[in-house]
Each structure stands twice: as structure tokens, then as C-alpha cells.
Design a protein around this ligand. Structure first.
Ligand code: GDP
Ligand code: ZN
Length: 470
């Protein structure tokens, strides 16, 4: 096991009021002590080169003082130290957090002083990795830390918090317990075949437990499918003929002038995307190039891109121009959206002649319609609401508060397959030795979810996605 002491700037890059450097490992306190001099309250620091040798810090206390270069005696910054001794810290090692001023140069200097004390810079996610290795949290909780940091909506935040506090771990442990208990009776049957008796007929306890496990595993797999939106957010795309007001709608949705609005048809050649949050759900909106039959070569690229967006979108906002009658091209575009959740956005409602409101051909009449004016901002709230409703109608099916991530979902698939084999083995009175092989497969998949048994390269992959300092 790696017992080096690591350090990293834990606050984001750039300037800020405060910047925090985090140090963890057996040498953390000694190294910080070598570059720190405690300030007696009310006294100003001078340039003397004496540092606070020996430390003498109590755990869970803050200390005001100065960081100084032990060789030159130069003052670097006035800081507060938070000292957390093992095992009562994030990593369960000795941890010191140095709260300095949040300038990148200051933080870099302090970090370099620590490195000159023999400490090495931390890898991305290494603090959390140590928290996992040292048993402070299991792998699902460690993964939730990254989810929490990257959460862009209330819904994803809630999900990350429940997973971080161990709710997914609890469900997985109860699944594990049932599997272990089935394994126990199988092994008894292997060791004492004469005593196994009715254990392996259809009404046996093992069969009952295995079926229950399969149900629990399947619930989690379903939660992945229906809760995908919560994890990944929703992808929506704004499409339509040139000049119907797609870019204007995009700007309106985002309350800012980002997309280029012009009166020349075919201006948005690239797709512009941005996130918006509606009722706690994060929605990626892409403004696309207008779709039309005879594009010039440059436009054609944009249109290809638009088609890619259409293919991967969960929700399509198909924009129509209420100022003019429906065009054959509108109908053609709509016809390409058969397997999508579509909202027909009748834009330019301000131009609509109320005597003859935009009439839709029968093929488009069953679609959900909403009238907006991107120019005046009317109907936009109702449109956002509609998008949120579409998301929630699918998320409502998520049972527990959490949704497995893709890694966990793949392992749940493996577990489901193995448990199904166990069930059919039990139903068909197969040899306990054979059933036990499938059961071991199920157990190892389950144990990999919580990280009880997990390969180093899997951990490398998981923690490389974290930020440095977490
Ligand atoms: P896009 O090509 O579909 O992205 O269309 P734009 O957003 O560039 O808009 C094309 C033209 O329609 C611009 O002159 C806009 O000002 C105008 N426009 C967009 N939305 C509305 C609206 O709701 N009402 C009116 N009257 N004009 C609009
Ligand atoms: Zn546009």
C-alpha cells in the first residue's frame, strides 16, 4: 500500500477569497509544521525564520499563523490550519488543510514548499481513493462524492447525497447477505448431501431468497433506465426550417444572447449548446442549423450535425413559424421524429393571424403543441414546464432515491444473469456444486459494486475522473 504523503490545492483554479491546500499522510503534520509559524493572537508576524517545530497541534482545531520559507525566512501568506489526526479525517490518515488566500501564485508557492519537504503532489481523486482504501467509505459512496461535486441540478444532487450516505450500499449489502445465505445452504448440501433433503426443491428457502434477490437487482436495473435523465441530464434539440426562430428561442430559454439571431436564412451553421435547469432537472439544449431541402455545401455540414443531434436527443423541440402557413418541409421534418418525444413549438405567436391560426395537417395534430413568441418571451415558462413534465413522467418510476451509474449497472446486469442461472439450477435440481459456481459469479459482481473486491485498474479508471484535490 502507498504510504506516501500527498498534497494538492483543493479549491478550483483561479482566484478567490480563500484557497485550500489539503495534505494527507503520515508526514502531513511534520511537513506543514516545517513551513508554518503560529501567530500569537494580536501580534504581527515578522520575517524571522523560526517555524513551529514539533507541531503540538490538537486534532480538530484551527491554528492561525504564517507560512514561511524555512530556508530564506520569507513570509508567503497568513493562513489558518485545520488539523485532523488519523483516523478521524476524510482519508483516515493525518490530514492538514491550509486555508490560505485564494491566489493561484500563493497556493502554488505553498504547495512547492510542502513538496520541498518531501511530499508528493496528489493524483486526481487520490484523497477519496485513500478514504475508500482505508475503509471510510465503500466504492458507491466514493463515486457519489464525484457525482455530488458535478451535480448541476437539485435532482442529481439529492441522488448523490443519498448514495454518499450509503443508501445504495445498504441495498447492495442486503442483496449480498441473501446470496451468502444461499451459498451457505448450498455448501452444506455439498458437504452433507444426505442432509440436504428438500432444500433444493421448488419451495426451498434458497429458491425463495434467490428470487427475491433477482427482484431487487432488477429494480436497481430499472432505476438505471428510468433515472438515466437524472444522471446524464436530458438532451433536447431545437430543430426546424431556417428562420422560424430557433436561435431566438434558444436565447429566450437561456435568458441570454448567445446564439446568433439574424434575418438571413441559414445562419446557425454549427450547433450551439448550453445547459438550462428547469424544476431541478438539467437540460442540454442545442440550437441547430435549419433543415431544408437544397442547402449549400457549408449548410449541408450543419444539417448533418443537426441529424446527429436529433438522433441522440431525448426531447425534440420542433419550431414552426406561426407567421406563415405550414410548409411541406415542416411536415417532412416532423415525419422523421416518429420515435421521439416531440413538442411542436408554434413560434412567432405575435404574428399569428387569429382568424386563421397556424393549421396543422392531420399527421401533426396529435403532437403536443405550445404557442410562444421568442421575440416577446411569451409562452417560454410553459414550454420549460412542459419539458420538465416530460422528464418527470419518466423519472417517476425511479423507486429508491438513487440511480446506479453505468459501471454499477453493468455489474447488476452480470449479477442478474448469474442469479437467473442460480434460480433455474435450483428449480431443476441441478448439482449444488454447479449452482454454486453461478452463485459465486453473482457474489463477485455484487462485491465489485461496493468495491469489496475490485481490480486496481478499475479503481484507476474511476478515480482518474475526479478533480485533483478531491
Ligand atoms: P432561426 O434561423 O430559426 O434560428 O431563426 P432566428 O432565431 O435567427 O430568427 C429569424 C428571424 O425571426 C429574426 O429576424 C428574429 O428576430 C425573428 N423572430 C424570432 N422569433 C420571433 C417571434 O417570436 N416573433 C417575431 N415577430 N419574430 C421572431
Ligand atoms: Zn439560428
Amino acid at each position: 500500500m502507498d504510504t506516501s504523503t500527498i498534497a494538492a490545492v483543493a479549491t478550483p483554479e483561479g482566484t478567490g477569497g480563500i484557497g485550500i491546500i489539503r495534505v494527507s499522510g503520515p508526514e502531513a503534520i511534520a511537513a506543514v509544521t516545517a513551513v508554518f509559524r503560529r501567530a500569537p493572537f494580536g501580534q504581527k508576524a515578522s520575517g524571522s525564520d523560526k517555524t513551529d517545530a514539533g507541531g503540538g497541534f490538537q486534532s480538530w482545531r484551527m491554528y492561525l499563523g504564517h507560512i514561511l520559507d524555512p530556508h530564506s525566512g520569507t513570509l508567503v501568506d497568513e493562513v489558518i490550519l485545520a488539523v485532523m489526526r488519523a483516523p478521524h479525517s476524510y482519508t483516515r490518515e493525518d490530514v492538514v488543510e491550509i486555508q490560505a488566500h485564494g491566489g493561484s501564485r500563493v497556493l502554488e508557492k505553498i504547495l512547492n514548499l510542502l513538496i520541498s519537504q518531501g511530499i508528493r503532489p496528489a493524483q486526481p481523486g487520490e484523497f477519496t481513493r485513500r478514504a475508500f482504501i482505508n475503509g471510510r467509505m465503500d466504492l458507491t459512496q466514493a463515486e457519489a462524492v464525484a457525482d455530488l461535486i458535478s451535480a448541476r441540478s437539485d435532482a442529481t444532487l439529492d441522488m448523490a447525497v443519498s448514495q454518499m450516505t450509503g443508501q445504495l450500499s445498504d441495498v447492495v449489502s442486503s442483496i449480498r447477505q441473501s446470496l451468502v445465505s444461499v451459498l451457505g445452504s448450498l455448501e452444506a448440501a455439498i458437504d452433507f448431501p444426505e442432509a440436504a433433503g428438500e432444500e433444493f426443491d421448488g419451495s426451498g428457502q434458497s429458491l425463495h431468497l434467490s428470487r427475491e434477490v433477482l427482484q431487487q437487482v432488477n429494480q436497481l436495473r430499472e432505476a438505471y433506465e428510468s433515472g438515466r435523465f437524472l444522471r446524464q441530464g436530458v438532451q433536447s434539440v431545437i430543430i426546424g426550417r431556417p428562420n422560424v426562430g430557433k436561435s431566438s428561442l434558444m436565447n429566450c430559454l437561456l435568458n441570454q444572447q448567445r446564439a446568433i439571431v439574424t434575418e438571413v436564412a441559414g445562419t446557425t451553421r454549427d450547433c450551439i449548446e448550453a445547459y438550462l435547469t428547469t424544476r431541478g432537472v438539467s437540460v442540454l439544449v442545442a440550437d441547430t442549423a435549419g433543415l431544408r431541402k437544397d442547402p449549400d455545401p457549408i449548410e449541408r455540414l450543419g444539417i448533418e450535425k443537426t441529424r446527429e443531434y436529433m438522433a441522440s436527443a431525448d426531447i425534440v423541440l420542433h419550431v414552426l413559424d406561426s407567421g406563415r402557413p405550414i410548409d411541406h418541409e415542416d411536415v417532412v421534418i416532423y415525419g422523421q421524429l416518429t420515435d421521439k418525444s416531440v413538442v411542436l413549438v408554434k413560434n412567432k405567436a405575435d404574428l399569428a393571424d387569429h382568424e386563421k391560426v397556424l393549421r396543422l395537417p392531420p399527421a401533426m395534430q396529435q403532437a403536443f403543441c405550445i404557442e410562444v413568441s421568442a421575440l416577446h418571451g411569451t409562452g417560454i415558462d410553459a414550454l420549460k414546464q412542459r419539458v420538465a413534465d416530460m422528464v418527470f413522467s419518466s423519472v417517476a418510476r425511479v423507486g429508491h432515491g438513487f440511480v446506479p451509474n453505468w459501471r454499477q449497472k453493468c455489474l447488476l446486469d452480470q449479477a442478474a444473469e448469474a442469479v437467473s442461472k442460480v434460480i433455474s439450477g435450483l428449480e431443476n435440481w441441478r448439482l449444488p456444486e454447479l449452482i454454486s459456481i453461478d452463485l459465486h459469479d453473482a457474489l463477485s459482481a455484487i462485491d465489485e459494486i461496493t468495491g469489496k473486491y475490485v481490480e486496481t485498474d478499475v479503481l484507476d479508471e474511476i478515480f482518474s475522473r475526479y478533480c485533483v484535490g478531491k
